[in-house]
Design a protein around this ligand. Structure first.
Ligand code: ADP
Ligand code: MG
Length: 453
């Protein structure tokens, strides 16, 4: 009976938070016991526990008490080894911080010859899912899990360092693990071109074509590279068509959407866009914090919450840089034999922090937000309290808090000398609205992206 209750709670969580978030964070939860009105649940790692408690704790508690009104508390504890497939419970020994690129241990695998080796760290389990990437993640997962071709091609795009390559490798690992007979080839568009040009030179294009045309899943990374390279595009187009015609899966990544790719022939562009196009958005603060937690855990180090928050706030460009920053801080602490602190972090990263220092000013934010909501810039400072100006003003305060390193009093001053509690209230209000209203949340996201670009 308890198990049935737990199953219902799980079902509700899955419905409410979506498949991707569920898989990453909630699926690893296991029910340990229910006793004296107290539910005990286990997760495999401490990081996961903290994450689940902060993000889902309240909801889990209320779902449980709906199931059984005698339940008055929920305890989430770390039970190592409860779930092998937890997203971030990678044993430290198996996932060194700077693992070399190693080939898949199948020496005679022909795929390794045409394709590129896969990075063992780039798995689904190591991919932290959040709002900006949940769609791309779900799409990749779907392709990896289905034997039938559901959408062709899967086209992933997004800025540099946001996880495109990681997701592609994850698909490849997953398919290889589940179905070793399927031939999966991953390579960069650059390498594709290089091989093609070499085949031309050695008048060996037949063999080249044959190799590619007999794969089950072909992944080409950074396809923007063949923009303007006409003969490579031509060959790629034919390879692409023949694979699609045979019902083989193709996965492509690029830094832009198909319609924005430069120097691509129109027919190729339209073929690239005719499957499923999924973009990875710029990271959010939340996701950066999640990634830091996961990486710290992989490294087996304790990173104080303050330091993680600081990094998530400051290093906003992309995940690669965020990872690099964390690695540097950790390496430094280990070398000098000291704990990681905010001071040492700032010291170690001063160059990086300067480069990442926000060029975004409060004035820019006010201007953009005023334009967006069609109010006068002066109303950012005015005392008017009508909803149609007060709300945009709150949005601007919220964005100022998110996107600049200004303190609450400083922000207040820039908004016509308002008090810091007003700013605090605005931040809270906007957060509430974002959670309650997804179109409002999208609006904010759009503004943020415009400001950051
Ligand atoms: P891209 O191919 O989009 O330029 P990568 O896939 O190479 O980006 O990602 C850059 C680095 O950031 C990699 O080390 C990758 O593992 C890491 N990374 C990116 N997104 C995530 C994520 N959501 N969770 C964990 N690691 C991530
Ligand atoms: Mg890449």
């Amino acid at each position: 009976m308890v198990q049935a209750q737990w199953n219902r709670v799980r079902g509700r969580l899955r419905d409410e938070y979506g498949e991707a978030a569920f898989k990453s964070w909630l699926n690893p939860l296991t029910l340990a016991e229910v006793r004296d009105g107290q539910v005990r649940m286990g997760v495999p790692t401490r990081f996961l526990r903290d994450w689940v408690v902060t993000h889902y704790g309240d909801r889990i508690r209320s779902l449980w008490s709906t199931e059984d009104s005698s339940i008055n508390g929920v305890d989430i504890v770390v039970l190592p080894g409860v779930s092998k497939r937890a997203p971030i419970s990678v044993p430290v020994a198996k996932a060194p911080a700077v693992a070399p690129m190693v080939a898949h241990p199948e020496p005679s695998n022909v795929n390794e010859e045409i394709g590129a080796p896969l990075d063992p760290r780039y798995t689904f389990d190591n991919f932290v899912v959040g709002k900006p990437n949940e769609f791309a993640y779900a799409a990749a997962r779907r392709v990896a899990e289905s034997d039938l071709v559901s959408f062709n091609p899967l086209f992933l795009y997004g800025g540099v360092g946001l996880g495109k390559t990681h997701l592609m490798h994850a698909v490849a690992w997953h398919i290889r693990e589940r179905n070793p007979q399927r031939s999966v080839i991953y390579l960069s568009a650059e390498k594709f071109m290089y091989r093609f040009v070499r085949a031309l030179r050695f008048q060996d294009t037949m063999a080249f074509k044959e190799q590619f045309r007999s794969v089950d899943v072909l992944m080409i990374d950074d396809v923007q590279f063949i923009g303007g390279k006409d003969s490579t595009q031509e060959e790629f187009f034919h390879t692409f068509n023949s694979l699609v015609d045979q019902g083989r899966q193709i996965i492509i990544s690029a830094d832009k959407s198909p319609s924005d790719l430069q120097g691509m022939e129109e027919r190729l562009r339209s073929r690239l866009g005719c499957g499923l196009v999924a973009d990875i958005h710029a990271t959010t603060y939340e996701l950066r914090l999640g990634i830091l937690g996961a990486k710290a855990e992989q490294l087996g180090v304790e990173v104080p919450r303050k330091v993680a928050e600081f990094l998530a706030h400051k290093i906003t460009s992309n995940v690669r840089e965020l990872e690099g920053a964390l690695n540097r801080v950790v390496a430094h602490a280990q070398l000098v034999g000291r704990d990681i602190s905010l001071e040492t972090t700032q010291e170690v990263l001063h160059d990086l922090l300067r480069a990442n220092d926000r060029r975004i000013t409060i004035e820019e934010i006010q201007k953009k937000v005023a334009e967006h909501f069609n109010i006068r810039l002066a109303d950012m400072h005015s005392a008017r309290r009508a909803r149609q100006v007060a709300r945009p003003r709150q949005v601007a305060m919220y964005l100022a808090k998110q996107l600049t390193s200004r303190s609450l009093p400083e922000i207040g001053r820039k908004f016509g000398g308002r008090d810091h509690t007003t700013v605090m209230h605005a931040v809270k209000k906007i957060d509430e609205l974002r959670n309650a209203d997804s179109s409002f949340a999208e609006d904010i996201e759009l503004l943020r992206r415009m400001l950051e670009s």
